[in-house]
Design a protein around this ligand. Structure first.
Ligand code: NOJ
Length: 829
């Protein structure tokens, strides 16, 4: 590793102060730079050669477009003024190579910083590095950037801190099952703290892709299928990661990804094409991103996939149009890993150079780990194919984020997770588990148990319980269910353990006989099955959704011993395991709970915590059900409610009333478990829904209430959900949509009135032209504990069709100001 001499460092440190003094004395009137210009590339022939002037102070001697005369550099930490002023001044001094350097992100070697990367950082040729798992590497890279590069612009150090850094929280799909934004925010705060201790400035989270297909391995990283829930949790995570105060980021920069549509990868196969209607794009995929942006999210990442024929990394309409123009996004956009050059493989760019130009001109500001920007943008500017205004706009956006996080005192290094983070992780994991079935086997009573059988490949799998994004989580920190149960039952009951099969997808059934023997000796069998962490996440897609390997046989044979059997499923996706769930006495669906899986699950199994998780995704009965989601359209031929499939009916054909309807012959059309579903150790009852008015208009706020009562014997928390249906609209609307949720904790016998505010913004939608509208007509509303609630109340919007301004914040249950709305073009309604 090369380092600067003491004289060099002295010169670099002191020169800026001198320069600053000269600068202030001599010239206070730099020309204002042009605004964020999305100027089309001039043809090559019109190259602005006259603007290219050599710069004396640029070591490589390359031309300094934008360089102001020969003045010495005013470095990043010295330049003063308000944010924009500081950035303008930096920009004015930067050479073209330095500007492009800010737009380049690389992944350094984990062992030590290579000479090559060190030299590039020193020359201002890199704007961001990944944290490769070694703090010393990024500290050295950062030191070179700040002390030895001409302008001392720090690097942004980035890492995928997705559901935890050292303390691993449940996977995002599990966190979504808490339906608890406050908890999700607190988990992000704890993760940001741990990330900062490793000198990380920027995380690639939250992932806010909506997903309806459990085959896609990355469903584990999503908040599930509902845009409202995903958006609210995305905003919470952004707040938690960034911890913004007075406009400055106290935590780490967040990155909402993958803009946009990735969750709809065709066939549930990763990186596949995305073909999406305008309605789904605007009503389902974009809103969670909008929520993240409204929460102040500093960065966004593009999707690998092509969206309706255009790779997300070159999607001008979405990046420049929707995100930067309509939503006024001021942060920067980073491509996904190599996705710029992948546009050649997509067949969208002829070569790396064109791919770089297309990405930049579409609105990508930073190139993650592809050579396109670093190798080709300079030439493109010189040839007039990329305008300087676009480069400046991108650099300005990146520098703004750097000002946000620069100069903060480093946090002390962590040697182990803090107790407070582990306690929080236990809490989040306990709240994320969803009780899918309970015939009375749960909760367990330790006093009445002599022997407990703990069986299954996930019972003692410290790495697998962490889930797909646990780069920095350590299996030695994990408390497994087996470890917790041994500890918890010490002196009370004997714990008998059998792995049952080598791993979750093993085809070798030779360990099952031993598991049967162990189960037969016990009072209860706790069966920890599912999918190991490596079966979900990026490029971990499945063509089937069964409980994999020999686990179905393991479940069958343990259940057949006659010992009450509780399934605890750890998985990164909904599994179509209806048969096993039916046979078992109880099923707790725990996702990948993270470091504190054992204590969290123990708390639930023994009733110290009452289950309150609710499904953030619909569970299919079989893989053929996918995509399956609760907010689907009705179709012109909906199936009758009493529909029964032909197979297994004993008939030769369907009865007439079932023919030519939208269903399957060989599978029940209803999901295995509906969106929003989750049992508790207590029960809840709902009163009728009461809207404050039967009619409302634009600008009105409607209050809708229902009373919830804990009708069981123990205290419990319920996620109260409000669903609405717009019956007739200018574009087909779903049969129901989640429009609000509240978590209430109730003692046995206690009742609570739960109130929701609705307005035309919440009940409106994006029509087939992408316009945001409210339309007159009837809405049905229901409040209950899952998405099958009866929509028994009716309200009527009286206003004329009204178009809402595109920059109106996404969803926020407050009244819409009449100033923000305007009448829309009439439609046939
Ligand atoms: C590719 C993934 O798609 C993205 O989510 C991740 O943030 C980057 N790699 C960086 O690791």
């Amino acid at each position: 590793m090369r380092s600067a001499s003491a004289t060099q460092i002295f010169a670099q440190r002191c020169a800026p102060l001198l320069a600053w003094a000269l600068y202030c004395a001599g010239s206070l009137s730099f020309a204002q730079p042009t605004g964020p210009g999305y100027v089309e590339a001039a043809p090559a022939a019109a190259a602005p050669a006259a603007q290219v002037t050599p710069a004396a102070d640029v070591p490589s001697g390359e031309p300094a477009i934008g360089q102001r005369g020969q003045q010495p550099a005013i470095r990043f930490d010295v330049v003063a003024g308000d944010l924009d002023h500081r950035i303008d001044r930096l920009l004015e001094q930067m050479t073209l190579a330095e500007k492009i350097g800010q737009l380049v992100q690389v992944y350094p070697n984990n062992e030590a910083l290579s000479e090559e990367v060190a030299d590039r950082v020193r020359a201002g040729g890199i704007g961001s590095v990944f944290y490769p798992g070694n703090r010393a590497v990024v500290e050295e890279a950062q030191r070179i950037a700040v002390e030895e590069s001409r302008l001392g612009i720090p690097l942004l150090v980035a890492r995928d801190v997705v559901h935890g850094m050292r303390t691993i929280f449940p996977i995002p799909l599990g966190q979504a099952a808490t339906w608890d934004a406050e908890l999700v925010e607190r988990a992000a705060v704890a993760s940001a703290e741990e990330a900062r201790a490793e000198r990380i400035d920027w995380t690639f989270a939250p992932m806010v892709d909506v997903c309806r297909d459990a085959r896609w391995g990355r469903i584990a990283e999503t908040f599930g299928e509902d845009p409202l829930l995903a958006g609210e949790l995305a905003a919470a995570m952004v707040r938690g990661f960034q911890q913004e105060e007075d406009g400055r980021v106290g935590g780490v920069l967040a990155c909402a990804k993958h803009f946009v549509g990735y969750g709809f990868s065709e066939g549930g196969r990763d990186y596949n094409r995305v073909s999406v209607s305008h309605a789904d794009l605007h009503n389902v995929m974009l809103p969670p991103f909008r929520q993240a942006v409204d929460a102040g999210c500093r960065t966004l990442m593009t999707t690998f996939s092509e969206v309706n024929g255009v790779p997300g990394t070159a999607h001008r309409e979405l990046l420049r149009g929707v995100l930067k123009r309509d939503w006024r996004f001021q942060g920067f956009v980073v491509s996904d890993w190599g996705s710029v050059t992948e546009m050649v493989a997509h067949g969208f760019a002829a070569d790396e150079a064109q791919a770089g130009r297309l990405a930049l001109m579409a609105g990508v500001d930073m190139d993650m780990c592809s050579p396109a920007f670093a190798k080709h943008l300079e030439q493109a500017v010189r040839e007039g194919r990329v305008p300087m205004e676009r480069i400046d706009d991108a650099v300005r956006r990146v520098l703004r984020s750097k000002v946000d996080v620069a100069g903060r005192p480093p946090r002390p290094a962590l040697t182990a997770p803090r107790h407070s983070s582990l306690d929080l992780a236990r809490r989040v994991a306990a709240r994320s588990a969803v009780l899918l079935k309970n015939d009375g086997a749960l909760p367990l009573d330790a006093a009445s148990l002599k022997r407990v059988a703990v069986i299954g490949p996930m019972a003692d799998a410290p790495q697998q319980q962490l889930g797909c994004w646990s780069l920095d989580g350590k299996p030695e920190d994990s408390v497994t269910p087996l470890a917790d149960l041994r500890n918890r039952l010490d002196g009370l009951a004997e714990v008998l353990y059998s792995r049952g099969c080598e791993n979750t997808f093993s085809g070798d059934g030779s360990l099952i006989a031993e598991a049967e023997r162990v189960a037969a000796k016990a009072d209860v069998a706790l069966l920890f099955v599912g999918e190991g962490a490596t079966l979900s996440g990026e490029a971990r897609c499945r063509a089937t959704l069964d409980l994999p390997g020999v686990q179905p046989e393991l479940v069958d044979r343990v259940v057949a011993t006659g010992v009450p059997t509780v399934l605890v499923v750890m998985a990164g996706r909904p599994l179509a395991m209806g048969e096993q769930i039916e046979r078992a006495h109880a099923t707790l669906y725990a996702w990948h709970p993270g470091t504190m899986a054992g204590p969290a699950l123990g708390d639930l199994l023994f009733g110290e915590e009452c289950p309150s998780g609710k499904l953030p995704v619909t569970f299919p009965r079989s893989v053929g059900h996918t995509p399956i989601y609760y907010n689907h359209p009705n179709t012109g031929r909906p199936r009758p409610d009493d529909y029964r499939p032909l197979f297994g009916s004993g008939r030769a054909d369907l009865p007439e009333q079932f023919q030519y309807k939208s269903h399957y012959l060989d599978e029940a059309p209803t999901p295995l478990f509906p969106f929003g579903f989750g049992l508790s150790y207590t029960t809840f009852e709902y009163s009728a829904v009461e809207p404050s008015n039967a009619e409302f208009t634009v600008g009105d706020t409607l209050t809708v209430t229902a009373t919830v009562t804990n009708t069981g014997g123990v205290p419990g928390a319920e996620v109260v959900q409000l669903y609405a249906r717009d019956h007739v609209a200018g574009a087909v609307r779903p049969v129901r949509e989640l429009k609000g949720r509240r978590r209430v904790t109730l003692e046995p016998g206690e009742s609570r009135r739960v109130e929701f505010k609705l307005d035309c913004r919440i009940l409106g939608y994006f029509d087939s032209t992408g316009a945001r509208v409210c339309e007159p007509g009837e809405f049905s509303i229901g409040i209950g504990g899952d998405s099958t609630v009866d929509l028994a109340a009716t309200v009527r919007l009286l206003a004329k069709k009204t178009q809402l301004a595109p920059n109106l914040p996404a969803v926020n249950p407050t009244a819409v100001s009449p100033a923000l709305v305007s009448p829309a073009a009439p439609t046939r309604h």
